[in-house]
Design a protein around this ligand. Structure first.
Ligand SMILES: Nc1ncnc2c1ncn2[C@@H]1O[C@H](COP(=O)(O)OP(=O)(O)OP(=O)(O)O)[C@@H](O)[C@H]1O
Ligand SMILES: [Mg+2]
Length: 361
């Protein structure tokens, strides 16, 4: 009965209270106790000097070999210790990778928050090293799974040119006409180049992830994804069509090429898997002002609403041997590239995936 009253009172209070006009006021002690116990680091500045910091902030600073007590100029600290070169932005979420003196990686997330009091600023810090390394290990797992799957498809694809190489070698062995041998060797060289190209693409993807961002031609990236997925499409008698509308061929995107490939492979692979035999998977590239849009459209049954609701949050799969990692990772890779990923049901066809990426100006 007593509990019911408490719940009732709380509900009534919730109905009448409003965030702008709270129905209660915190005493300074309550506020300080909250700051002291929060699991994130907080440093409060008043007129450029540190007025307050909590134990988590102290611990994070000590990891960096620093102490909040020494902080007298926030901007100087961010420049010299965290190597932030750009002009500071309030309420912006910064993520900084640092190498500690012991060689360990330390990833810090922080935000600078202004307050209604112009002289007071908060620095909010969070150690996200575990979170990021966990995410990276999942990405790595997905990459290796994809490489394994593609390797099976490519091994199958390599058998065809190998068979023709064998045939031509036998023909040359038996032939007495050097002129026809010349034409055989040209075909054999083409077949060898084809095998080489397939193996090269797979090796590129299997290489350890390239962390830095490079300017790369998007069409070349998409072309190599199509080369890698073609064997799977061919097995299903499907075809992947890549078409480009008003794209300046010199135009690049700033990207981590292997990661971007991983996202496209996951998305186009899903389209191939959803397609009935004989269907076409369209990959269309369109330039729109500062962005490039990539559409991946299939004729499958269309993506389930229940999956769309959880996009990027959970590992959901409707496939017997699926992991449900593909969409989640593709979304996080695209957002790391300052892009957007949208999945919808195409009115006339199956699923339509839209990816928007900024282009290099
Ligand atoms: N093009 C599509 N058409 C229809 N359903 C799709 C499409 N793409 C994704 N889905 C649905 O979303 C689910 C999640 O896709 P995701 O790529 O994350 O994992 P998966 O394909 O099931 O497994 P994996 O990628 O490990 O092979 C799929 O199981 C499928 O039900
Ligand atoms: Mg998938």
């Amino acid at each position: 009965m007593a509990n019911e009253n408490i719940v009732h009172e709380a509900t009534e209070r919730k109905k009448t209270s409003n965030l702008d006009e709270p129905s209660f006021t915190f005493s300074q002690e309550v506020f300080l106790s909250l700051v002291q116990h929060l699991p994130i680091g907080i440093v409060c500045f008043e007129y450029e000097s540190v007025a307050l910091y909590n134990p988590v902030a102290e611990q994070l600073f000590s990891t960096l070999g620093y102490t909040p007590k020494k902080l007298w100029n926030l901007e100087e600290f961010l420049k010299s210790v965290l190597d932030i070169r750009e002009p500071l932005r309030y309420a912006h979420l910064y993520t900084k990778r640092l190498h500690l003196t012991n060689g360990e990686l330390f990833i810090l997330e922080f935000t600078i928050v202004s307050t209604p009091e112009p002289s007071v600023t908060f620095l909010i810090l969070k150690d996200v090293t575990d979170l990021f390394t966990y995410r990276e290990s999942i990405e790595e797992m997905d990459r290796l799974l994809v490489v394994g799957e593609l390797a099976a498809g490519l091994a199958h694809e390599i058998r065809n040119p190998l068979a023709s190489l064998r045939g031509f070698t036998q023909m040359i062995q038996r032939s007495k006409d050097p002129d026809s041998n010349l034409s055989y060797t040209q075909i054999m060289l083409n077949e060898l180049d084809r095998i080489n190209g397939l193996v090269e693409e797979l090796l590129q993807l299997a290489k350890p992830r390239s962390q830095p961002f490079f300017q790369r031609n998007l069409i070349e990236i998409l072309n190599s994804v199509v080369i890698l997925l073609n064997p799977q499409a061919i097995v299903k008698s499907c075809a992947i069509h890549l078409s480009v509308e008003n794209w300046d061929w010199q135009q690049n995107v700033l990207c981590q090429p292997n990661k971007l490939k991983q996202a496209f492979i996951n998305l186009i692979k899903n389209a191939v898997e959803a397609s009935e035999p004989g269907r076409i998977i369209d990959v269309i590239v369109k330039r729109t002002h500062k962005f490039v849009d990539i559409f991946i459209i299939d004729d499958g049954p269309g993506i389930d609403d229940s999956i769309l609701h959880h996009l990027g949050k959970k590992f959901i799969t409707t496939k017997e041997s699926g992991t449900g990692l593909g969409l989640m990772l593709s979304q996080s890779i695209i957002s790391d590239h300052m892009g957007q990923l949208e999945i919808l049901k195409n009115e006339k066809r199956g699923t339509e995936v839209r990816i928007r990426l900024p282009v290099c100006q």
